[in-house]
Ligand binder design. Structure first.
Ligand code: TYD
Length: 136
């Protein structure tokens, strides 16, 4: 069930009037977007995320400023820098993620494959690890 996390370069339409980036289901991402949320007014030292999902897929975009995301599938950890509105990180099921190192004023946009459902969350890292290892 684990899909590798992947950086996606979105189509960017830049002209003298400014820039516009697009995310389309079936072209940039596989899932239908059922929910959109965004993170803002973030203290620079904050840590967001710190959870995993059983089924949810998400695309995370730094629409303003920059931040980093560490991802952990129970076997490997990687770190991604999101520093441009035309780049997104695709995060699939069974990945523990931390969003860290937010620049002042950063805004994180998240496109999600499902409605909010607390029962889809792993809030406990040890429980996440047990299930991640059991799947391997
Ligand atoms: P939380 O999961 O702590 O945010 P993050 O993982 O991005 O750091 O969510 C913060 C609060 O917002 C928590 O009370 C749950 C609520 N929430 C919703 O009601 N709907 C949502 O879609 C999300 C993502 C969170």
């Amino acid at each position: 069930r684990v899909k590798p996390c992947r950086l996606i370069d979105l189509n960017e339409h830049a002209d003298p009037r400014g820039s516009l980036s697009v995310v389309e289901t079936g072209r940039d991402i596989e899932f239908d977007v059922k929910r959109v949320y965004y993170l803002y007014d973030l203290p620079v030292a904050t840590v967001r995320g710190a959870h995993g999902h059983r089924n949810l897929e998400q695309l995370v975009i730094a629409v303003h400023g920059q931040f980093e995301i560490t991802v952990d599938d129970g076997h490997h950890r990687s770190r991604y820098l999101l520093d441009h509105p035309s780049r997104g990180l695709l995060i699939g099921p069974m990945v523990w993620r931390n969003l860290i190192n937010f620049s002042p004023g950063a805004v994180g946009l998240v496109l999600a494959s499902e409605l909010y459902d607390e029962s889809d969350y792993y809030r406990d890292y040890d429980e996440f690890l047990r299930d991640a290892w059991a799947e391997a």
